[in-house]
Design a protein around this ligand. Structure first.
Ligand SMILES: Nc1ncnc2c1ncn2[C@@H]1O[C@H](COP(=O)(O)OP(=O)(O)OP(=O)(O)O)[C@@H](O)[C@H]1O
Length: 231
């Protein structure tokens, strides 16, 4: 479904990614975990076309997407829920959702399907997004990304700044999407939450992936060692 092969990337003189390779099969959820500065956001920036890789290749459903523009990458079927949600506060829920549909990619996601998967949004559809709770706003941000009919959805730190109750709401939404067969890559700092919400995990450190594997039965101590760089 999505394959990332030996990706190297950075900013000017700074090298950040040193040979990142990941593969996510159709319907799988990958949790990308790692401490601050490990390179998770940079990986997402390369996947979405905002940072050009220095070398390496990303393929989506067999087509090379690395090096394409962000607009072309969305059209090819890769969408992202950005850290901090980035909704238009004065626009209504429905207007925010419709922004995701502008790429005109054909598929089964439309307003009706978003409301059926996230039923709490429908009664709020005429409300400005700024009047919603943090958890509800995160659902709008996820719904907006779905409106582009992605093959793969990237979610960057969905729980950041949310109350524990709101985080539960958001991860219930993620489990619904998994049940719908969506292919997901989530960045999540909470290791327990990340493992509980994914099929496979990859632990990132210093721009590489020292540890990866199935989430079920993953060795927490080994992950903590890779996460914090302990031997
Ligand atoms: N736009 C940028 N320009 C220059 N350096 C950057 C830029 N964005 C990130 N970096 C640097 O790249 C490295 C990796 O950062 P990145 O944001 O990818 O890590 P991260 O794992 O997502 O961490 P965090 O959880 O803090 O977002 C860090 O050293 C960071 O300072």
């Amino acid at each position: 479904m999505i394959s990332i092969n030996d990706l190297h990337a950075g900013y000017g003189a700074l090298s950040v990614l040193f040979g990142v390779s990941l593969h996510v099969a159709e319907g799988q959820t990958l949790a990308l975990i790692g401490s601050n500065g490990a390179g998770k956001t940079t990986t997402f920036s390369v996947l979405t076309g905002f940072v050009k890789p220095r070398s390496g290749k990303v393929t989506l459903n067999g087509s090379v997407i690395s090096g394409l523009t962000p607009t072309d990458i969305v059209s090819m079927g890769l969408a992202m829920v950005p850290e901090g949600r980035r909704l238009f506060p004065s626009l209504t829920v429905e207007e925010n959702l419709m922004i995701g549909a502008h790429c005109d990619r054909k598929g089964t996601w439309d307003l009706q399907r978003v409301y059926s998967v996230f039923p709490t949004l429908e009664p709020l559809r005429k409300r400005p997004s700024s009047s919603l709770s943090g958890g509800q706003q995160q659902l709008v941000a996820i719904g907006r990304a779905l409106m582009s009919n992605p093959i793969v959805l990237l979610c960057d730190e969905l729980s950041l700044g949310l109350s524990p109750a709101a985080v539960d709401v958001v991860y219930t939404a993620i489990s619904r999407l998994r049940a719908e067969g969506m292919t997901l890559i989530i960045v999540e700092q909470d290791i327990s939450r990340a493992l509980a919400s994914s099929d496979i995990y990859a632990c990132m450190r210093h721009g590489g992936i020292p540890l990866s594997g199935p989430s079920a039965g993953a060795d927490r101590a080994q992950i903590s060692s890779a996460y914090f760089g302990m031997d």
